[in-house]
Design a protein around this ligand. Structure first.
Ligand SMILES: CC(=O)SCCNC(=O)CCNC(=O)[C@H](O)C(C)(C)COP(=O)(O)OP(=O)(O)OC[C@H]1O[C@@H](n2cnc3c(N)ncnc32)[C@H](O)[C@@H]1OP(=O)(O)O
Ligand SMILES: CC(C)C(=O)C(=O)O
Length: 556
């Protein structure tokens, strides 16, 4: 049960004493080095860790996305990881510009196994870790600070020794003071310096110092302070690459990574869609696309986001949430009326503007950039409005309904969605449209044929003469007017029992070239009856106009 006084059990996280911090004044103006740890930190958190087939598929996906540093596993954990990594090396299928990395505890037998797994690769990173924070010192290792520091120093010495044993590989090293974000900064620094003393990194061959938020325990500004503090206090800043490894226990892994970059981080370790221990590692997809939407090329390519999702879901056997930033199935979809209206207007404005700058309301990124189409952007349910319904009709049928007709049809859709209580498909909407405006010849009036001629009697007078099925009986009707529309309106007067007043008429082409068709819309009323709307579609404009009037007349 939750405590009424949680301070009995939990302590607030201490702030970092960094009065003149500069990270809040910075912006992210370049992409970091990316390391995917999907095949290690992600994999170790799966219900069923990946086997060789899945690991290979994931590896190929990472190459396709453009990740250049890949933590391929924990080779001392067992044969699955070891054999997969050896297989990668032996098959020679690691591209020249890609470096593999493996993780190991700071223990001789495990480090030796790790070297064995990657020996022969042109270039490889061995990543050694040991936890440094008080709870781990006391509880896991039962060692004091000196004892924990000794684990790191010993590990670094073994790294040097093993690298010398396999000179054909260009070895690089990464050291993680695991649990960095919950440890005393001075102690993390002391341990990192001790590792640097052993490994003697240089600007040409730097040591990767990975500063993980192994468990996210504070707000992201605290992590940024910790990173800036380390960057300022490390003795040879240009001899180390500062790597960030945020987890997401408080749900602010992305923010921590971004603020950590402002604070001096050079490299990010994370997983696609944020898989990983507990609530996950930081999500590389979101981070990269956050940069992209600020106009910065992140260096990772998610042009086919659906393929990425498919592969990751298959390999991890975990779903990507439908509302996952940028990627989820629903993140580009608006159901609600005012959002749909704004998006529809936004797309229209986007077409009119003469630059590429993205300004569509409610959509932070162009779905097309991620290989998504616009069809699913607007979906219709009881929360939808006329703009959304009109969008669906326009996308599917090419009909650009006049505004008042949108409102007219929207009432039909509203009734339908209220009565069905579910999302309406574009098929549902089109069927309702055909029914409402009698497009299938099911009303009182149905056109058989017609012709329009110029009056001999009076200049500017047109004559409509046609055969129309009225109430099931074919009849010849004719009427005179100053154009096709008014002459037809007059021709129908008797059958309608009053004059047909045309309030508004418009038309447009559907499609281009020889396949183009015409759509005509009419708003009218019979006498002082209710407003009627009609629509007609045909290969030629005149027939479309006649059909539009009959469609409206059918509503009378
Ligand atoms: C934050 C992270 O994600 S760290 C990465 C975690 N990933 C994994 O653990 C996945 C792969 N791990 C494994 O397959 C196994 O744990 C192995 C092969 C690494 C080790 O297996 P085992 O030795 O059988 O077991 P186990 O992991 O429980 O070892 C615990 C021992 O290692 C010590 N240890 C733990 N971490 C470290 C470390 N980084 N450096 C040195 N010793 C360590 C513990 O103190 C403990 O010592 P004790 O037995 O004297 O108490
Ligand atoms: C081994 C380290 C980098 C780790 O995975 C963590 O701290 O989360």
């Amino acid at each position: 049960m939750m405590l009424s006084d949680p301070s009995r059990k939990y302590r607030p996280f201490p702030q970092v004493d960094l009065p003149n911090r500069i990270w809040p004044t910075r912006t992210i103006d370049r992409a970091p080095r990316w390391l995917s740890t999907d095949l290690r930190d992600g994999n170790q958190a799966l219900i069923d860790p990946m086997g060789a087939e899945k690991k290979n598929r994931f590896f190929d996906l990472l190459l396709k996305v453009g990740v250049k540093e890949i933590e391929v596993g924990f080779p001392s954990s067992g044969a699955t990881d070891f054999d997969f990594i050896r297989g990668l090396v032996d098959s020679g299928r690691i591209p020249d510009d890609v470096t593999i990395q493996s993780l190991t505890q700071s223990r001789r037998d495990l480090i030796e196994k790790t070297f064995e797994s990657m020996a022969g690769a042109p270039r490889a990173i061995v990543h050694v870790y040991n936890a440094v924070s008080p709870a781990w010192r006391d509880i896991v290792f039962n060692l004091d600070k000196a004892g924990v520091k000794a684990i790191a120093i010993e590990g670094a010495n073994i790294l040097k020794e093993q690298a010398a044993k396999y000179p054909q590989t260009d070895w690089h090293f990464e050291y993680s003071p695991e649990t960095f974000s919950t440890a005393e900064l001075e102690f993390s620094l002391e341990v990192c310096e001790a590792v640097m003393d052993v490994l003697q990194p240089t600007a040409e061959k730097p040591l990767i110092l990975n500063l993980p938020a192994t468990i996210e325990a504070a707000m992201p500004n605290v992590y940024a302070d910790q990173i800036e503090w380390m960057c300022r206090n490390i003795s040879a800043r240009d001899h180390v690459i500062i790597s960030l490894h945020p987890h997401n226990d408080r749900g602010s892994g992305i923010a921590a990574a971004e603020l950590g970059l402002l604070a001096g981080g050079d490299r990010i370790e994370g997983c696609l869609f944020g898989n990983g221990e507990r609530t996950g590692n930081v999500d590389l997809v979101t981070l990269a696309l956050n940069m992209y939407t600020q106009g910065l090329n992140p260096g990772l390519d998610f042009s086919d986001i659906d393929e990425v999702i498919q592969t990751v879901e298959y390999c991890n056997q975990l779903p990507v949430h439908p509302r996952h930033p940028y990627a989820g199935e629903l993140v580009f979809t608006a159901f609600s009326g005012s959002h749909q209206d704004a998006i529809k207007k936004g797309f229209a404005a986007q077409e009119r503007q003469n630059d590429e700058i993205w300004r569509v309301p409610y959509l932070p990124i162009d779905p097309a950039d991620l290989g998504r189409n616009y069809e699913a952007v607007i979906r219709v349910n009881s929360q939808s409005g006329k703009g959304g319904v009109a969008w669906v009709i326009e996308q599917d049928q090419g009909l650009k309904l006049p505004k008042r007709m949108q409102a007219n049809f929207s009432t039909t859709v509203q009734e339908l969605s209220d009565s069905t209580g579910r999302e309406l498909t574009s098929n549902d909407i089109w069927e309702a449209f055909e029914k409402r405006y009698h497009l299938k010849g099911d009303g009182r009036f149905r056109l058989i044929d017609f012709h329009e001629t110029q009056s001999q009697r009076q200049k500017d007078e047109r004559i409509f003469a046609g055969n129309i099925r009225i109430d099931g009986v074919e009849q010849s009707v004719s009427g005179r007017g100053n154009g096709l529309i008014s002459s037809l309106a007059n021709a129908l007067q008797d059958a309608l029992g009053g004059p047909l007043d045309i309030i508004d008429y418009s038309e447009h082409a559907i499609g281009h070239g020889t396949d183009a068709r015409a759509a005509a819309y009419v708003e009218c009323r019979v006498g002082d009856g209710p407003i009627l709307f009609g629509v007609g579609i045909s290969q030629d404009v005149a027939t479309a106009s006649v059909r539009a009037i009959l469609s409206a007349a059918n509503g009378a």
